[in-house]
Design a protein around this ligand. Sequence first.
Ligand code: NAI
Ligand code: MG
Length: 359
Amino acid sequence: TSERTFRIAAIPADGVGTEVVAAGRAVLDALAGASHGELAFDWTEFPWGCGHYERTGVMMDEDGLETLKDFDAIYFGAVGWPTVPDHISLWGLRLKICQSFDQWANVRPVHFLPGVVSPLRKADDTELDWVVVRENSEGEYAGLGGRNLSARGPGNEVAVQSALFTEVGSERIIRFAFDLARGRTRRKVSSVTKSNAQQYGMVLWDEVFARVARDYPDVETESVLVDAMSAKFVLRPEDLSVVVASNLHADILSDLGSALAGSLGLATSANLNPERRFPSMFEPVHGSAPDIAGRGLANPIGAIGSAALMLEHFGLADHAARLRKAIETTAGAGVLTPDVGGSATTADVTSAIIDNLAL
Ligand code: NAI
Ligand code: MG
């Protein structure tokens, strides 16, 4: 077989982002090394993030998007550090990449790992295997609004933060969720809104959901309010398969979901540009975790599992499956970081996963 080389832009950014991206790179390089020349990864690492901001005044280079455009994918750590306001660091790097590259579908799978104790009662006899599909280009993170201090004077500042819902934007993510559900054992899509209280955007979403559902008669559907859905995540996780929601709601629900699976450190995520006009971006769900950064405590499974999503995006489903199996074997053997009850370091888990690739 001829070798396929994938050019990947690594952006570790801040805090544990640097630790978990290094772990993911090591695992992918081991996978390539064992592929008998079938595949190779050509990495370029970018020093962007809060440190870069402190040095230069910008989160990423001015021509950064132009540079990233030609890579096959972006492998991202986490952005944010206490020295820089979060809205500056997030908008200056991660949201800039997601929105400029029209990575409109954010896919966040959640499932139990062997050896990891879930806070769910009776978790062992409960199925938990779902995918949160997050609208990733508009909604509450459209950046629309403004602040007005002058009109009312000091102490009376007013801010407006609007959400943007378009029929095209809602329809493409809802269709994406239905297509994803068709490939799963449980063919079900749950749509989440808060249309009782937010009568414009969320009602439009509900109407689009009902219309698109008619094109997928083989897929079960339900429409659930976000507060009820957060209770359902805890009480009836076995009743969920694909959960599609707006940018903000899916952001919150997927953190809840990964906590139920055992830790935020396990959760994986793909920011996809399904048309493949731009590179897609793969990253753990968690942030830079300043409370544990730099001490070898970060769970690398979220970042390594996100690398498996990247392999799938490259059409390497067999390699992705092999990597997932190595993660499961490692967790099942009890090689776990402290967030999931173990005493292993980031490096211990990473090298165990690399060893288990060979099994
Ligand atoms: P966080 O996800 O960084 O941390 C929340 C909790 O989860 C902390 O107790 C942390 O120790 C733990 N945790 C996170 N990742 C872990 C891992 N790999 N292994 C073990 N434990 C882990 O969220 P937080 O504290 O709200 O935000 C910290 C910074 O990260 C902020 O600047 C925030 O803006 C940024 N952030 C960036 C994101 C991104 O780049 N995608 C996403 C979320 C937050
Ligand atoms: Mg989040």
